[in-house]
Design a protein. Structure first.
Length: 443
């Protein structure tokens, strides 16, 4: 196994001082899969204070923040390495993280508290691989299986349910049957888990290559973490454009969207408003007028509960709010959207629409999809041409307007009006032209 010099150095220091030391967890899993892993976890029999002492005596910089939980962070060449004392978790309360951590001297106990067999292996050059639970076999067969009894393990820490779904979605593994049954039996326990931790796993799951299958098979879990999606599970859409019900459409569109956290999250929530606004006409066709605005409001509640950053909140809810406004490809005025939402949001909105279309009736959307692709090309051309789409691109600024006699709020309003004219190619973005135009008009 390739181990970089800095990690070797840390391991040799601890081992020279009589302690056991192993590489563990995700690093071993990824290494056995032939993937590189940035995140290196080192486990040792040395107590945190002992680890710290040995490292500092050898001029290694140490960050103490995790010491209470048994983790010392060594920093070599600006790279942090987490070194955790072998441990056995104490009592679990309310299906959450343990209150106390017992340090143990045996790697076996440390490995038994880990979540899945593929994450419960260790390695060092002296002992080779330590694989007590068939992790290598499960890796080979692409199986996610808890270490020990799955009901007990999910009761101890229900976040493991989300981690199982996340690993299955990212790695394309199958969740072993007993583990799967236990997930479905214990999913309600996720209600005891901090929403931020669920959200972290949810977004990692959403950007997985195999997300469709997971969202399809584990809707019970989805219903626990986002109950607002439950009404979509059986919401039919009788309408020639659709071949799936609302949830089916949602999860196909997620899988079609680029593997970006925000886009996939926006896709996952984009039609959450449909059940609330559904109407059926005399021809038995279903309609979902205003579902985007209603959906954006529901998404706000969901995202607040997850305590997401304001960047995620703003972007996801804006994308949902506008997703229906660009349904009519013929009416899309690319520059106007660019001017209204900016480069990043507009590009995302169009990407979202493309994924949304792909999850419609394939017999109906071919032409629309082509037109949308044309609009997307247009968007990139406009962006690279540097044409004026925002106020700061204008050939005039606030000072020019002050010189013309405008004051206070008027200045911003006039600049917006000029921008709209420029964006619509009604006047040229040239200082003289704009000033002449303003002097000679009511603008
Ligand atoms: P990645 O870093 O790619 O997200 P990982 O497996 O390294 O995956 P981490 O969250 O970094 O995941 O955790 C490191 C290791 O700690 C895991 O491989 C696993 O052995 C153990 N672990 C993490 N979370 C839990 C948990 N909730 N219950 C039991 N063991 C866990
Ligand atoms: Mg990790």
């Amino acid at each position: 196994m390739y181990i970089c010099d800095d990690v070797k150095f840390i391991m040799e220091l601890l081992s020279k001082n009589g302690f056991k030391v192993y590489l563990v967890g995700g690093f071993i899993r990824d290494e056995l899969m032939g993937k590189s892993c940035e995140d290196i976890d080192i486990a040792t029999s040395a107590l945190p204070e002992q680890t710290e002492k040995i490292l500092t005596e050898n001029s290694v910089k140490v960050i103490e923040t995790g010491i209470k939980h048994g983790t010392v962070t060594a920093v070599i060449n600006h790279t942090p390495y987490e070194i955790t004392t072998f441990r056995k978790d104490g009592d679990y309360k309310d299906c959450r993280r343990p209150e106390s951590v017992d340090f143990v001297t045996d790697i076996k106990e440390d490995l038994s508290r880990r979540d899945f067999t593929i994450n419960a292996m260790a390695y060092n050059s002296e002992d080779g691989y330590i694989d007590l639970f068939g992790g290598r076999e499960d890796l080979k067969n692409k199986i996610i299986r808890t270490v020990g009894n799955p009901d007990e393990r999910f009761s101890e820490d229900a976040l493991r349910i989300m981690r199982a779904l996340r690993f299955a979605s990212v790695l394309g593994f199958t969740i072993e049957e007993n583990t799967k049954d236990a997930i479905l039996r214990n999913s309600e326990k996720l209600k005891n888990i901090a929403s931020e931790r669920i959200f972290t796993e949810l977004t990692k799951m959403l950007v997985g290559d195999y997300v469709f299958r997971i969202l399809d098979e584990y809707r019970e879990v989805i219903g626990v973490i986002i109950p607002e999606l439950i009404p979509t599970f059986n919401c039919e859409q009788n309408n020639p454009w659709h071949i799936y019900n609302v949830y089916g459409h949602i999860i196909h569109s997620v899988a079609f969207a680029p593997k970006d956290k925000i886009l996939r999250l926006a896709m996952f929530l984009h039609d959450i408003g449909k059940p609330q606004v559904k109407t059926t006409d005399e021809n038995h066709r279903d309609h979902f007028k205003t579902h985007a605005a209603v959906g954006a409001e529901i998404a706000k509640t969901v995202l607040k509960r997850f305590k997401v950053s304001s960047e995620i909140y703003d972007k996801v809810t804006t994308l949902i709010y506008y997703h229906q406004s660009i349904e009519n490809v013929d009416a899309i005025r690319v520059k106007r959207w660019l001017s209204k939402l900016g480069e990043d949001y507009t590009r995302s909105l169009f990407q979202m629409r493309a994924a949304d279309l792909m999850a419609h009736n394939p017999e109906k959307v071919g032409e629309e999809a082509e037109k949308l692709a044309e609009r997307q090309r247009e968007l990139e051309e406009i962006i690279s041409s540097g044409e004026a789409v925002k106020r700061s691109d204008l050939a005039v600024d606030g000072n020019d307007l002050i010189a013309l006699g405008y004051r206070g709020r008027e200045i911003g309003e006039k600049l917006n009006e000029i921008l709209n004219l420029v964006v619509d190619n009604k006047i040229e973005n040239n200082k003289d032209t704009i000033i002449r135009f303003m002097k000679g008009s009511e603008l």
